[in-house]
Write a protein that binds this ligand. Structure first.
Ligand code: GLU
Length: 424
Protein backbone atom coordinates (compact mmCIF):
# COMPACT_ATOMS: atom_id res chain seq x y z
CA UNK A 1 0.00 0.00 0.00
CA UNK A 2 1.29 3.43 -0.89
CA UNK A 3 0.67 5.47 2.30
CA UNK A 4 0.32 8.76 0.42
CA UNK A 5 -2.23 7.56 -2.13
CA UNK A 6 -3.75 4.63 -0.27
CA UNK A 7 -3.50 2.73 -3.55
CA UNK A 8 -2.28 -0.85 -3.64
CA UNK A 9 0.18 -0.81 -6.51
CA UNK A 10 1.07 -4.05 -8.24
CA UNK A 11 4.67 -3.00 -7.68
CA UNK A 12 4.31 -3.11 -3.91
CA UNK A 13 2.35 -6.35 -3.81
CA UNK A 14 4.22 -9.05 -2.01
CA UNK A 15 4.17 -12.85 -1.92
CA UNK A 16 1.26 -12.94 0.53
CA UNK A 17 -0.94 -11.04 -1.94
CA UNK A 18 0.03 -13.54 -4.64
CA UNK A 19 -0.63 -16.52 -2.37
CA UNK A 20 -4.03 -15.13 -1.31
CA UNK A 21 -4.99 -14.35 -4.90
CA UNK A 22 -4.12 -17.92 -5.93
CA UNK A 23 -6.25 -19.27 -3.08
CA UNK A 24 -9.13 -16.99 -4.10
CA UNK A 25 -8.97 -18.34 -7.66
CA UNK A 26 -9.09 -21.92 -6.39
CA UNK A 27 -11.98 -21.08 -4.07
CA UNK A 28 -13.93 -19.58 -7.00
CA UNK A 29 -13.27 -22.63 -9.10
CA UNK A 30 -14.29 -25.06 -6.38
CA UNK A 31 -17.26 -23.09 -5.08
CA UNK A 32 -16.09 -22.96 -1.47
CA UNK A 33 -18.06 -21.16 1.27
CA UNK A 34 -16.78 -17.83 2.60
CA UNK A 35 -16.19 -19.38 6.01
CA UNK A 36 -13.98 -22.16 4.70
CA UNK A 37 -12.19 -19.64 2.46
CA UNK A 38 -11.49 -17.50 5.53
CA UNK A 39 -10.13 -20.53 7.41
CA UNK A 40 -7.80 -21.41 4.54
CA UNK A 41 -6.62 -17.81 4.18
CA UNK A 42 -5.71 -17.57 7.88
CA UNK A 43 -2.73 -19.34 9.46
CA UNK A 44 -3.73 -21.62 12.34
CA UNK A 45 -0.82 -20.44 14.50
CA UNK A 46 1.91 -17.82 14.27
CA UNK A 47 4.85 -17.11 16.51
CA UNK A 48 7.03 -14.00 16.32
CA UNK A 49 10.14 -14.03 18.47
CA UNK A 50 13.15 -11.86 19.17
CA UNK A 51 16.39 -13.70 18.57
CA UNK A 52 19.22 -12.07 20.50
CA UNK A 53 22.70 -13.09 19.39
CA UNK A 54 25.98 -12.58 21.21
CA UNK A 55 28.33 -11.75 18.36
CA UNK A 56 31.90 -13.00 18.26
CA UNK A 57 33.14 -9.53 19.27
CA UNK A 58 31.01 -9.62 22.43
CA UNK A 59 28.33 -7.18 21.23
CA UNK A 60 24.66 -8.16 21.07
CA UNK A 61 22.45 -8.03 17.99
CA UNK A 62 18.73 -8.82 17.95
CA UNK A 63 16.96 -10.37 14.96
CA UNK A 64 13.30 -10.98 14.22
CA UNK A 65 12.28 -14.61 13.93
CA UNK A 66 9.00 -16.22 12.90
CA UNK A 67 7.31 -19.60 12.63
CA UNK A 68 3.96 -19.72 10.88
CA UNK A 69 1.84 -22.88 10.85
CA UNK A 70 -0.69 -22.40 8.12
CA UNK A 71 -2.65 -25.62 8.32
CA UNK A 72 -2.83 -28.95 10.18
CA UNK A 73 -5.85 -30.58 8.54
CA UNK A 74 -3.88 -33.34 6.80
CA UNK A 75 -1.17 -33.81 9.43
CA UNK A 76 1.66 -32.06 11.27
CA UNK A 77 2.83 -28.77 9.82
CA UNK A 78 5.90 -29.00 7.57
CA UNK A 79 8.19 -26.50 5.95
CA UNK A 80 11.59 -24.94 5.78
CA UNK A 81 13.46 -22.39 7.84
CA UNK A 82 14.87 -19.41 5.97
CA UNK A 83 17.71 -17.09 6.98
CA UNK A 84 17.49 -13.96 4.83
CA UNK A 85 17.23 -10.21 5.34
CA UNK A 86 14.09 -10.30 3.18
CA UNK A 87 12.25 -12.37 5.83
CA UNK A 88 9.18 -10.73 7.33
CA UNK A 89 5.94 -12.08 8.74
CA UNK A 90 3.97 -11.72 5.50
CA UNK A 91 6.63 -13.53 3.47
CA UNK A 92 6.65 -16.39 5.98
CA UNK A 93 2.83 -16.50 5.91
CA UNK A 94 2.87 -16.82 2.11
CA UNK A 95 5.53 -19.51 2.16
CA UNK A 96 3.64 -21.44 4.85
CA UNK A 97 0.43 -21.36 2.78
CA UNK A 98 2.31 -22.62 -0.27
CA UNK A 99 3.70 -25.49 1.85
CA UNK A 100 0.15 -26.57 2.72
CA UNK A 101 -0.80 -26.76 -0.95
CA UNK A 102 2.49 -28.42 -1.92
CA UNK A 103 2.15 -31.18 0.67
CA UNK A 104 -1.48 -31.80 -0.31
CA UNK A 105 -0.69 -31.81 -4.02
CA UNK A 106 1.98 -34.50 -3.73
CA UNK A 107 -0.16 -36.27 -1.14
CA UNK A 108 2.18 -36.34 1.83
CA UNK A 109 0.35 -36.33 5.19
CA UNK A 110 1.30 -32.85 6.32
CA UNK A 111 -0.04 -29.37 6.69
CA UNK A 112 2.16 -26.39 5.87
CA UNK A 113 4.52 -24.20 7.86
CA UNK A 114 7.49 -21.92 7.36
CA UNK A 115 10.02 -20.20 9.55
CA UNK A 116 12.45 -17.40 9.08
CA UNK A 117 15.03 -15.24 10.80
CA UNK A 118 15.72 -11.83 9.27
CA UNK A 119 19.49 -11.92 8.95
CA UNK A 120 22.14 -12.28 6.27
CA UNK A 121 23.85 -15.62 6.97
CA UNK A 122 26.90 -14.68 4.92
CA UNK A 123 27.68 -11.94 7.45
CA UNK A 124 28.00 -14.40 10.33
CA UNK A 125 30.63 -16.87 11.47
CA UNK A 126 29.68 -20.52 11.94
CA UNK A 127 29.75 -19.99 15.70
CA UNK A 128 27.29 -17.08 15.41
CA UNK A 129 25.01 -19.08 13.14
CA UNK A 130 25.01 -21.90 15.67
CA UNK A 131 24.06 -19.56 18.52
CA UNK A 132 21.34 -17.83 16.53
CA UNK A 133 19.90 -21.18 15.39
CA UNK A 134 19.88 -22.61 18.91
CA UNK A 135 18.28 -19.48 20.38
CA UNK A 136 15.61 -19.36 17.64
CA UNK A 137 14.92 -23.07 18.22
CA UNK A 138 14.65 -22.53 21.98
CA UNK A 139 12.11 -19.74 21.34
CA UNK A 140 9.88 -21.81 19.02
CA UNK A 141 10.40 -25.05 20.97
CA UNK A 142 6.85 -25.13 22.38
CA UNK A 143 5.33 -25.34 18.89
CA UNK A 144 7.65 -27.75 17.05
CA UNK A 145 8.09 -31.52 17.30
CA UNK A 146 7.90 -34.62 15.11
CA UNK A 147 4.13 -34.76 15.51
CA UNK A 148 3.57 -31.01 15.51
CA UNK A 149 5.76 -29.11 13.08
CA UNK A 150 8.91 -30.35 11.38
CA UNK A 151 11.39 -27.74 10.04
CA UNK A 152 13.72 -28.36 7.09
CA UNK A 153 16.36 -26.36 5.22
CA UNK A 154 15.40 -23.45 2.99
CA UNK A 155 17.25 -20.41 1.73
CA UNK A 156 20.29 -19.61 3.90
CA UNK A 157 20.05 -22.77 6.03
CA UNK A 158 21.47 -26.26 5.53
CA UNK A 159 21.96 -29.68 7.08
CA UNK A 160 24.22 -28.23 9.78
CA UNK A 161 21.40 -25.85 10.79
CA UNK A 162 19.09 -28.88 11.06
CA UNK A 163 21.63 -30.73 13.22
CA UNK A 164 21.71 -27.78 15.67
CA UNK A 165 17.90 -27.62 15.76
CA UNK A 166 17.69 -31.36 16.36
CA UNK A 167 20.27 -31.15 19.14
CA UNK A 168 18.65 -28.16 20.86
CA UNK A 169 15.22 -29.83 20.73
CA UNK A 170 16.62 -33.19 21.87
CA UNK A 171 18.50 -31.68 24.82
CA UNK A 172 15.30 -30.01 25.98
CA UNK A 173 13.42 -33.32 25.76
CA UNK A 174 16.16 -35.36 27.41
CA UNK A 175 16.45 -37.81 24.54
CA UNK A 176 17.41 -37.76 20.88
CA UNK A 177 14.52 -36.92 18.55
CA UNK A 178 15.68 -37.26 14.93
CA UNK A 179 12.14 -36.81 13.54
CA UNK A 180 11.92 -33.15 14.66
CA UNK A 181 13.69 -31.95 11.50
CA UNK A 182 14.37 -33.20 7.99
CA UNK A 183 17.28 -32.38 5.74
CA UNK A 184 19.64 -33.57 8.49
CA UNK A 185 23.13 -34.93 7.88
CA UNK A 186 22.95 -38.60 6.84
CA UNK A 187 24.93 -39.62 9.94
CA UNK A 188 22.18 -38.18 12.17
CA UNK A 189 19.35 -39.98 10.42
CA UNK A 190 19.09 -37.88 7.28
CA UNK A 191 17.81 -39.59 4.15
CA UNK A 192 19.94 -40.62 1.24
CA UNK A 193 18.80 -38.54 -1.73
CA UNK A 194 17.37 -35.66 0.34
CA UNK A 195 20.05 -33.11 -0.57
CA UNK A 196 19.42 -33.48 -4.30
CA UNK A 197 15.67 -34.18 -4.07
CA UNK A 198 14.30 -30.72 -4.91
CA UNK A 199 16.59 -30.37 -7.93
CA UNK A 200 15.88 -33.90 -9.08
CA UNK A 201 12.15 -33.17 -8.90
CA UNK A 202 12.58 -29.90 -10.83
CA UNK A 203 14.41 -31.78 -13.59
CA UNK A 204 11.74 -34.55 -13.61
CA UNK A 205 8.92 -32.11 -14.24
CA UNK A 206 10.99 -30.02 -16.66
CA UNK A 207 11.56 -33.15 -18.75
CA UNK A 208 7.87 -34.12 -18.57
CA UNK A 209 6.92 -30.56 -19.59
CA UNK A 210 9.36 -30.68 -22.53
CA UNK A 211 7.91 -34.00 -23.63
CA UNK A 212 4.37 -32.61 -23.46
CA UNK A 213 5.44 -29.74 -25.72
CA UNK A 214 7.31 -31.99 -28.17
CA UNK A 215 10.72 -30.59 -27.15
CA UNK A 216 13.64 -33.02 -27.38
CA UNK A 217 15.91 -32.45 -24.34
CA UNK A 218 19.02 -33.22 -26.36
CA UNK A 219 18.38 -30.22 -28.61
CA UNK A 220 16.85 -28.01 -25.93
CA UNK A 221 18.36 -25.03 -24.12
CA UNK A 222 17.79 -23.73 -20.59
CA UNK A 223 18.59 -20.83 -18.28
CA UNK A 224 18.71 -21.31 -14.53
CA UNK A 225 18.40 -18.42 -12.09
CA UNK A 226 20.07 -19.32 -8.78
CA UNK A 227 22.91 -21.72 -8.10
CA UNK A 228 22.00 -22.78 -4.58
CA UNK A 229 20.28 -25.86 -3.19
CA UNK A 230 17.75 -25.95 -6.02
CA UNK A 231 19.30 -24.29 -9.07
CA UNK A 232 22.66 -25.98 -8.92
CA UNK A 233 21.29 -29.53 -8.95
CA UNK A 234 18.54 -28.63 -11.43
CA UNK A 235 21.18 -27.32 -13.85
CA UNK A 236 23.23 -30.48 -13.34
CA UNK A 237 20.30 -32.89 -13.86
CA UNK A 238 19.12 -30.98 -16.93
CA UNK A 239 22.66 -31.04 -18.38
CA UNK A 240 22.86 -34.78 -17.65
CA UNK A 241 19.63 -35.23 -19.63
CA UNK A 242 21.31 -33.54 -22.61
CA UNK A 243 19.88 -30.03 -22.19
CA UNK A 244 22.29 -27.20 -23.02
CA UNK A 245 22.23 -24.96 -19.94
CA UNK A 246 23.27 -21.69 -21.52
CA UNK A 247 22.93 -19.32 -18.57
CA UNK A 248 23.24 -19.51 -14.81
CA UNK A 249 23.20 -16.81 -12.15
CA UNK A 250 23.62 -16.31 -8.43
CA UNK A 251 23.47 -13.26 -6.15
CA UNK A 252 26.88 -12.11 -7.36
CA UNK A 253 26.42 -12.34 -11.11
CA UNK A 254 25.21 -14.17 -14.21
CA UNK A 255 27.08 -15.99 -16.98
CA UNK A 256 26.19 -17.18 -20.48
CA UNK A 257 27.71 -19.62 -22.96
CA UNK A 258 26.11 -20.42 -26.33
CA UNK A 259 27.26 -24.06 -26.44
CA UNK A 260 26.13 -24.76 -22.88
CA UNK A 261 27.95 -24.41 -19.56
CA UNK A 262 29.90 -27.32 -18.03
CA UNK A 263 27.83 -27.49 -14.84
CA UNK A 264 30.08 -29.94 -12.98
CA UNK A 265 33.08 -27.67 -13.46
CA UNK A 266 31.00 -24.60 -12.69
CA UNK A 267 30.17 -26.25 -9.36
CA UNK A 268 33.87 -26.58 -8.58
CA UNK A 269 34.44 -22.94 -9.56
CA UNK A 270 31.57 -21.79 -7.36
CA UNK A 271 32.85 -23.86 -4.40
CA UNK A 272 36.31 -22.36 -4.82
CA UNK A 273 35.32 -18.70 -5.37
CA UNK A 274 31.87 -18.47 -3.76
CA UNK A 275 30.17 -17.47 -7.01
CA UNK A 276 29.44 -18.50 -10.60
CA UNK A 277 30.81 -15.13 -11.75
CA UNK A 278 34.05 -15.20 -13.69
CA UNK A 279 33.75 -18.82 -14.81
CA UNK A 280 35.95 -19.83 -17.72
CA UNK A 281 34.99 -18.78 -21.21
CA UNK A 282 31.47 -17.73 -20.22
CA UNK A 283 30.28 -14.22 -20.99
CA UNK A 284 29.10 -12.14 -18.04
CA UNK A 285 25.51 -10.97 -18.55
CA UNK A 286 23.23 -8.65 -16.64
CA UNK A 287 21.50 -10.94 -14.06
CA UNK A 288 17.98 -9.68 -14.85
CA UNK A 289 18.45 -10.44 -18.56
CA UNK A 290 18.77 -14.17 -17.81
CA UNK A 291 15.00 -14.31 -17.42
CA UNK A 292 14.33 -13.13 -20.96
CA UNK A 293 16.93 -15.14 -22.90
CA UNK A 294 15.85 -17.11 -25.99
CA UNK A 295 15.91 -20.56 -24.35
CA UNK A 296 13.35 -23.38 -24.31
CA UNK A 297 13.20 -23.75 -20.54
CA UNK A 298 13.56 -21.08 -17.88
CA UNK A 299 14.10 -22.23 -14.28
CA UNK A 300 13.77 -19.40 -11.74
CA UNK A 301 15.32 -21.09 -8.69
CA UNK A 302 16.22 -18.14 -6.48
CA UNK A 303 13.62 -15.95 -4.75
CA UNK A 304 10.00 -14.81 -4.97
CA UNK A 305 8.63 -12.20 -7.31
CA UNK A 306 11.30 -12.16 -10.04
CA UNK A 307 8.89 -12.59 -12.97
CA UNK A 308 6.73 -9.48 -12.92
CA UNK A 309 4.41 -7.59 -15.27
CA UNK A 310 7.52 -5.72 -16.44
CA UNK A 311 9.60 -8.64 -17.71
CA UNK A 312 6.91 -11.28 -18.37
CA UNK A 313 6.12 -9.78 -21.82
CA UNK A 314 9.78 -10.32 -22.79
CA UNK A 315 10.12 -13.93 -21.58
CA UNK A 316 11.14 -16.04 -24.59
CA UNK A 317 11.16 -19.50 -23.00
CA UNK A 318 8.21 -21.70 -23.87
CA UNK A 319 8.35 -23.44 -20.49
CA UNK A 320 8.93 -21.91 -17.05
CA UNK A 321 9.66 -24.38 -14.26
CA UNK A 322 9.42 -22.73 -10.85
CA UNK A 323 12.30 -24.06 -8.79
CA UNK A 324 11.87 -21.23 -6.27
CA UNK A 325 8.75 -20.64 -4.22
CA UNK A 326 6.62 -17.88 -5.71
CA UNK A 327 8.97 -16.56 -8.42
CA UNK A 328 6.05 -15.41 -10.62
CA UNK A 329 3.75 -12.61 -9.49
CA UNK A 330 0.03 -12.89 -10.19
CA UNK A 331 0.28 -10.19 -12.86
CA UNK A 332 3.17 -11.97 -14.59
CA UNK A 333 1.34 -15.28 -14.35
CA UNK A 334 -1.61 -13.88 -16.31
CA UNK A 335 0.73 -12.44 -18.96
CA UNK A 336 2.63 -15.72 -19.37
CA UNK A 337 -0.65 -17.66 -19.62
CA UNK A 338 -1.95 -15.24 -22.28
CA UNK A 339 1.27 -15.69 -24.21
CA UNK A 340 0.86 -19.49 -24.19
CA UNK A 341 3.94 -20.04 -22.02
CA UNK A 342 3.63 -23.17 -19.92
CA UNK A 343 4.33 -22.40 -16.25
CA UNK A 344 4.94 -25.44 -14.06
CA UNK A 345 3.99 -24.02 -10.66
CA UNK A 346 6.29 -24.10 -7.63
CA UNK A 347 4.02 -26.33 -5.55
CA UNK A 348 4.51 -29.03 -8.18
CA UNK A 349 7.94 -28.21 -9.61
CA UNK A 350 9.88 -27.91 -6.34
CA UNK A 351 7.92 -30.49 -4.32
CA UNK A 352 10.74 -33.05 -4.53
CA UNK A 353 12.31 -31.60 -1.40
CA UNK A 354 9.33 -32.06 0.84
CA UNK A 355 8.54 -35.45 -0.69
CA UNK A 356 11.94 -36.76 0.39
CA UNK A 357 11.60 -34.86 3.68
CA UNK A 358 8.54 -37.01 4.24
CA UNK A 359 10.56 -40.13 3.42
CA UNK A 360 13.24 -38.94 5.83
CA UNK A 361 10.69 -38.38 8.61
CA UNK A 362 9.27 -41.86 8.06
CA UNK A 363 12.78 -43.34 8.21
CA UNK A 364 13.70 -41.28 11.30
CA UNK A 365 10.55 -42.27 13.13
CA UNK A 366 11.23 -45.94 12.34
CA UNK A 367 15.01 -45.70 12.92
CA UNK A 368 15.56 -47.36 9.57
CA UNK A 369 17.36 -46.29 6.38
CA UNK A 370 16.16 -46.85 2.83
CA UNK A 371 18.49 -47.36 -0.13
CA UNK A 372 19.11 -44.27 -2.29
CA UNK A 373 17.60 -45.98 -5.35
CA UNK A 374 14.45 -46.67 -3.34
CA UNK A 375 14.22 -43.00 -2.33
CA UNK A 376 14.76 -41.79 -5.90
CA UNK A 377 12.25 -44.25 -7.37
CA UNK A 378 9.56 -43.26 -4.88
CA UNK A 379 10.33 -39.58 -5.49
CA UNK A 380 9.96 -40.04 -9.25
CA UNK A 381 6.70 -41.92 -8.76
CA UNK A 382 5.15 -39.16 -6.63
CA UNK A 383 6.34 -36.36 -8.94
CA UNK A 384 4.96 -38.22 -11.96
CA UNK A 385 1.60 -38.89 -10.28
CA UNK A 386 1.26 -35.25 -9.24
CA UNK A 387 2.25 -34.09 -12.74
CA UNK A 388 -0.41 -36.27 -14.39
CA UNK A 389 -3.07 -35.21 -11.89
CA UNK A 390 -2.33 -31.53 -12.62
CA UNK A 391 -2.26 -32.03 -16.41
CA UNK A 392 -5.56 -33.89 -16.27
CA UNK A 393 -7.23 -31.29 -14.05
CA UNK A 394 -5.96 -28.41 -16.20
CA UNK A 395 -7.23 -30.12 -19.34
CA UNK A 396 -10.62 -31.01 -17.87
CA UNK A 397 -11.29 -27.50 -16.58
CA UNK A 398 -9.44 -25.52 -19.25
CA UNK A 399 -7.27 -23.76 -16.67
CA UNK A 400 -3.55 -23.16 -16.11
CA UNK A 401 -1.33 -25.67 -14.36
CA UNK A 402 -1.08 -23.34 -11.37
CA UNK A 403 -4.83 -23.03 -11.09
CA UNK A 404 -5.18 -26.79 -11.47
CA UNK A 405 -2.45 -27.58 -8.93
CA UNK A 406 -3.81 -25.11 -6.37
CA UNK A 407 -7.40 -26.26 -6.84
CA UNK A 408 -6.44 -29.92 -6.43
CA UNK A 409 -4.44 -29.16 -3.31
CA UNK A 410 -7.11 -26.90 -1.79
CA UNK A 411 -9.80 -29.51 -2.45
CA UNK A 412 -7.76 -32.15 -0.60
CA UNK A 413 -7.25 -29.86 2.39
CA UNK A 414 -10.98 -29.04 2.42
CA UNK A 415 -11.85 -32.74 2.25
CA UNK A 416 -9.69 -33.43 5.31
CA UNK A 417 -11.15 -30.43 7.11
CA UNK A 418 -14.73 -31.53 6.37
CA UNK A 419 -14.12 -35.14 7.41
CA UNK A 420 -12.64 -33.99 10.71
CA UNK A 421 -15.26 -31.30 11.26
CA UNK A 422 -14.89 -28.00 13.08
CA UNK A 423 -14.14 -28.18 16.79
CA UNK A 424 -16.18 -27.62 18.91
N1 GLU B 1 12.13 -25.61 2.01
C1 GLU B 1 11.66 -26.62 1.10
C2 GLU B 1 10.41 -26.15 0.39
O1 GLU B 1 10.17 -24.98 0.28
C3 GLU B 1 11.50 -27.97 1.77
C4 GLU B 1 10.54 -28.02 2.90
C5 GLU B 1 10.56 -29.34 3.66
O2 GLU B 1 11.22 -30.26 3.23
O3 GLU B 1 9.89 -29.39 4.69
O4 GLU B 1 9.67 -26.93 -0.15
Amino acid sequence: MNPSTGVQSTLTRGPLDDAKAQLAQAVDLLGVSDGVHAMLATPRREMAVAVPLRRDDGSIAVYEGFRVQHNFSRGPAKGGLRFSTAVDLDEVRALAMWMTWKCALVDVPYGGAKGGVALEPREHSTAELERVTRRYTAEILPIIGPEVDIPAPDMGTDEQTMAWIMDTYSVSRGHTVPGVVTGKPISLGGSLGRASATSRGVAHVALMAMKSRGIDPTTATAAVQGFGKVGRGAARFLAEAGVRVQAVSDVDGAIWLEEGIDIARLGEHSDATGSVAGFDSCEPIEPGSLLTLPVDVLVPAAVEGVLTEHNAPQVQASIVVEGANGPTTQAADAILADRGILVVPDILANAGGVIVSYFEWVQSNQAYQWRESEVNDRLAERMTNAWHAVVEQAGARGITYREAATALAVSRVIEAHELRGLYP
